[in-house]
Ligand binder design. Sequence first.
Ligand SMILES: [Zn+2]
Ligand SMILES: [Zn+2]
Length: 87
Amino acid sequence: MCGNCGREVTGNGYTNHCPACLWSKHVDKNPGDRAEECGGMMKPVGVTKEGSEYILTHLCTVCGFERRKKVEKEDSFDEVIKLSRFL
Ligand SMILES: [Zn+2]
Ligand SMILES: [Zn+2]
């Protein structure tokens, strides 16, 4: 379940980020390894467009760690647009 908006995130667990609000969780050192102990909520702070793809930037609200992640097709495009105004 998403720690920000409470939406049930289906699929193989808490994969990367919530498709509804785009928040993520700081649980990986490398994508998918679940080796990070921080566990902080990661706020989407921006989006950039690279070719035909949108790349989200997440900032951990606990430790300040920053990570970039590709926007998935099931993600809310409305939220992506909101973030893109900061471009
Ligand atoms: Zn959410
Ligand atoms: Zn963190």
